[in-house]
Design a protein around this ligand. Structure first.
Ligand code: GAP
Length: 514
């Protein structure tokens, strides 16, 4: 199966098993908006708990807040979103389709890279063990030609991006014959900026109503509460404020399922520090966040940093944590050193003094900030795409299993009486269920054969299946079947809680972060 096919299968699986549904489906859906079903919400809540506890419980100097989606419209002027939160858009006059000009160019660059990689792969196949990739790239005429083209386009693109030169974006597209995938023509409009914020109005009459925005990031809710938290919590620098909440962006190129949505959720933490210490803290947070990811056991090789060459005007260091999604390495989390840009601007725009009095030095200053910002939905996609497996079994059948890290699994254990019409088996299974449900999210299932019930639980990633059989009535033992290995063990009912807890307890995951 190609990665493309795998991705389609995963999207269908998410719907079939109650993880993710297209929003408003009975009205034919709403583009780039998705709802979480009964399994999806459990997975999402577990991811949020892992992040929230890692931030606020493990760090005595990080506290959480929950600010509102609606905020004073001046906030978005101060943050720069009204003026600069734009995408460069271009329309094809024949197909009437709209694209992001930067994405068209980046896709073009990716295609050149793919051509180069194909040439390299051919060379490797031809020369076998004696293949020297560096020499091949430096001498092969096809690679050199494509690399020259790549460098030319890339240099022009970086310069246009830096200068915010929209006309040059169009020139690059036209000069390189980049066509619309629908019409196949190069008949493009000029490139223009499009603001990504959704707006609505607040107030009872149309005359008196104010335009307000749905927040495009949760971060500003933290900045405008900096003084409140610092004072009421008597916080001393360095300290952090964490928040989980919804954000909204009118994404034009909204694709790849829940990777890029118009309504999504962020987990953001702003860490306030003394100016001059930011690069040290930036390094520390890069390390800390990578550890959090790798700790889930989804393979260190599936993550990498992508340090930004071009920095936003307010940042003096920035990196993305990229994850290997089925469509390649893409941004999962951003870590930014934001200087005093946000607090400084809120001080200017609000007229309120936002400063920290440092008791050690006797100085007052606007703190600097290191931000860590991760999308909950992207994290859900990372977990699901990594977990989905189709395995060939010894009997020739195929099983679909979600190998979700056990502490994140939506259902931790399924309790299955061997027969549904045997009152004794059903009663014992129900009593086990009633006992375990206070500690774990469990499912009781008595329908169909045991084999079919195992498959259903594999498909939603349940780490343990507990089967109650006739012997259980005599020996007070049950069969515990483990999801990944499919091994079965006979264990006393009294030991069930500790067996499950050992694998699924989130605190064990958190302890490894030390
Ligand atoms: N406060 C900084 C900020 O918002 P960002 O890089 O624009 O930075 C942070 O967003 C994270 O939010 C991204 O790394 C990604 O995980 C998530 N994210 C951003 N836009 C998204 C979208 N349209 N759909 C889903 N997740 C998104």
């Amino acid at each position: 199966m190609t990665q493309d096919e795998l991705f389609k299968v995963l999207v269908a699986h998410c719907k079939e098993y109650g993880f993710i549904f297209p929003s408003s489906e009975i009205y034919d859906g709403l583009a780039a908006v998705y709802d979480y079903g009964q399994m999806g919400v459990e997975l999402k809540n577990n991811i949020k708990a892992y992040w929230w506890n890692a931030m606020t419980r493990l760090n005595e100097n990080i506290v959480g807040i929950d600010s509102c989606i609606f905020m004073h419209p001046r906030i978005w002027e101060a943050s720069g979103h009204v003026g600069a939160f734009n995408d460069p858009l271009i329309d094809n006059k024949d197909s009437k389709k709209r694209y992001r000009a930067d994405v068209l160019i980046e896709d073009f660059l990716c295609k050149i890279e793919e051509k180069i990689n194909k040439e390299v792969a051919k060379g490797r196949k031809k020369f076998g063990d004696s293949f020297d990739e560096v020499q091949f790239r430096a001498t092969n005429p096809n690679v050199l030609r494509e690399q020259k083209k790549y460098d030319e386009v890339h240099n022009r693109y970086v310069a246009a991006e830096k200068a915010n030169d929209l006309a040059e974006y169009k020139n690059i597209i036209v000069d390189n014959g980049i066509v619309c995938p629908i019409s196949g023509t190069c008949n493009w409009t000029d490139v223009r900026q499009f603001n990504l914020m959704f707006s609505t109005s607040m107030g009872s009459t149309s005359e008196g109503a104010n335009i307000i925005y749905l927040r495009p990031e949760t971060a500003q809710g933290i900045f405008v509460n900096y003084l409140n938290v610092q004072k009421t919590g008597r916080m001393k620098l360095p300290f952090g404020i964490a928040q989980i909440g919804k954000a909204f962006r009118n994404e034009i190129v909204a694709r790849q399922f829940i990777f890029r949505m118009r309504e999504f959720e962020q987990m953001e933490m702003q860490f306030f520090i003394k100016p001059g210490t930011e690069l040290e803290w930036f390094r520390k947070w890069k390390e800390t966040r990578m550890k959090w990811h790798v700790n889930l056991g989804m393979g260190a090789e599936n993550y990498r940093f992508h340090d930004h060459e071009k920095l936003a005007h307010y940042a003096n260091a920035a990196t993305d944590v990229e994850f290997q999604f089925p469509f390649g390495f893409k941004e999962l989390e951003g870590i930014h050193s934001r200087t005093d840009f946000d607090l400084g601007n809120h001080q200017k725009f609000s007229g309120k003094k936002i400063q920290y009095f440092d008791p050690e030095t006797g100085e007052s200053y606007v703190p600097y900030v290191i931000e860590t910002s991760i999308g909950v939905d992207r994290m859900v996609l990372a977990v699901l795409s990594h977990s989905y497996k189709e395995e060939k079994l010894e009997n020739g059948e195929t099983r679909v299993v979600l190998g979700i890290p056990a502490p994140l699994a939506p259902v931790k254990a399924a309790v299955l009486p061997l027969l549904k019409n045997n009152e004794d088996l059903v009663n014992l299974a129900q009593s086990i269920m009633d006992d375990l449900k206070y500690d774990f999210n469990c499912q009781y299932d008595e329908k169909d054969s045991i084999g079919k019930r195992y498959r259903r639980q594999d498909a939603i990633g349940t780490p343990f299946c507990i089967t109650v059989d006739h012997d259980s009535l005599q020996d007070n033992c049950v069969t515990v079947r483990e999801r990944d290995t499919m091994t079965q063990k006979r264990v006393p009912i009294a030991e069930l809680r500790s067996i499950i807890d050992k694998e699924v307890n989130m605190n064990n995951l958190l302890r490894n972060l030390k």
